[in-house]
Design a protein around this ligand. Structure first.
Ligand code: GLU
Length: 418
């Protein structure tokens, strides 16, 4: 797509749209539109055959007014400086909208992990961790999983940091495996908040989630867990997709069986109990009650938005709808529950993990899920309050109104420096 939206410009536009409704001075808003610092790294790593490969890595620390920088690390061939900057900014407003005491950060490596062995990926990850070490820490900047990274990578980063620092510091990173200081419920947390946000939105709109038709674009961790939990609400997940394409069954798919099929074969395409297979674009324009984009940025651009027929969209991915598409969806009265609230379950349970690491005390999964539900429901209620009070055009603007106000209050409350 030659004219694909630049995610960093999208973020800045979203901030401006909301700031127009706030009494925050323009110079402070301007500060909140730019990262405090962006680290760009060259990682030289020896491959299994003895040759040296050079990778580009980034870490953007966008804003620390409300606490340490927080956000994931992504491994993807399309990672770029502007993408990481945007993702780090979205983390700032995500943490603010659910009111957890963090700023925002994000990192990434330009790599397609499918092309490398496990030991090569371990060396890439440990090299990245070594380079990041002076900039991260349980009170400074706390990375986490994102696209194509998970418990394995987080464990390596924790271990590298602790060895180099000659200490134990499980709170330097979240999303670890439970045996290495991870939290119960963290793997499912992003999908769980997508389910909770969908449930709250349907409730607000007086729509029945039981029997509602659902399409899910992307069947990685966020998409597949959201699919399962939304199916458990009694909804009918009729279509799911990944980069290989979409599978469809009008009577509803068995979301767990599709996940198992993808685990075995690498993709959802070819799943035997589907009635039809089609493209991702077709999935995104299906006439369903609920659409969940759970893949990457810019899935729905202006052209596609004109064809969207879903009533409600709940964003599991970060930045799946471009600002131009957003305007069209608002016009069409499609309710969009924004990423910074809907997928905030991941970072919220990361926060619980960090709290548990500091306390050296592990919570039960039930406690994790209960606390997560309370936080997501409170955040949704506060969003609706802002939406109605300021007569805002859509939920995204409402989420940013709440979040920007919180960051600006923290900035102003701190006084001026130097
Ligand atoms: N990568 C996730 C996100 O985009 C989680 C970040 C975290 O847990 O810090 O929200």
């Amino acid at each position: 797509m030659p004219d694909e939206a630049n995610p960093f410009e999208s973020l800045q536009e979203q901030i401006d749209d909301a700031a127009a409704y706030l009494d925050v001075p323009a110079d402070v808003v301007n500060r909140l539109k730019h990262p405090e610092r962006v680290l760009e790294l060259t990682l030289s790593v020896e491959l299994d055959d003895g040759t040296l490969e050079t990778f580009r890595g980034f870490r953007s620390q966008f804003n620390g007014d409300r606490g340490p920088y927080k956000g994931g690390i992504r491994y993807h061939p399309n990672v770029s400086r502007d993408e990481v900057k945007a993702l780090s900014g979205w983390m700032v407003y995500k943490c603010a909208v659910v009111d957890i005491p963090y700023g925002g950060g994000k990192g990434g490596i330009v790599i397609d992990p499918r092309g490398y062995s496990e030991s090569e990926l371990e060396r890439v990850t440990r090299t990245f961790a070594k380079e990041l070490r002076p900039f991260i820490g349980p009170d400074k900047d706390i990375p986490a999983p994102d696209v194509n990274t998970g418990q394995r990578e987080m464990n390596w980063i924790k271990d590298t940091y602790e060895k180099l620092e000659n200490t134990t510091a499980p709170g330097v990173i979240t999303g670890k495996s439970p045996a290495n200081g991870g939290s119960a419920g963290r793997v499912e947390a992003t999908g769980r908040s997508v389910m909770l946000a969908s449930r709250e939105a349907f409730d607000y709109l007086d729509k029945d989630v039981t029997g509602a038709t659902v399409a899910i674009q992307g069947y990685g961790n966020a998409g597949s867990v959201a699919a399962k939990l939304i199916e458990d609400l009694g909804a009918n997940v009729v279509a799911v997709s990944d980069s290989s394409g979409a599978v469809f069954h009008p009577g509803g798919l068995d979301t767990r069986a599709v996940k198992e099929f993808k685990r075995e074969t690498g993709s959802v395409s070819g799943y035997a109990d589907a009635e039809e297979e089609f493209s991702n674009e077709e999935l995104l324009t299906m006439d369903v009650d609920l659409l969940v984009p759970a893949a990457l940025e810019n899935a729905i651009d202006a052209e596609l938005a004109t064809q969207v027929e879903a009533d409600v969209i709940v964003e599991a991915a970060n930045g799946p709808i471009t600002p131009d598409a957003d305007d069209i969806l608002t016009e069409k009265e499609v309710t969009v529950v924004p990423d910074i609230l809907a997928n905030a379950g991941g970072v919220t349970v990361s926060y619980f993990e960090w709290v548990q690491n500091r306390q050296r005390f592990a919570w039960t999964e039930e406690r994790v899920n209960d606390e997560l539900e309370r936080i997501v429901v409170d955040a949704f209620d506060r969003l609706v309050e802002a939406y109605e009070e300021h007569d805002l055009p859509n939920f995204r603007t409402a989420a940013y109104v709440v979040a920007i106000q919180r960051v600006a209050d923290a900035y102003r409350g701190a006084g001026s420096w130097p």
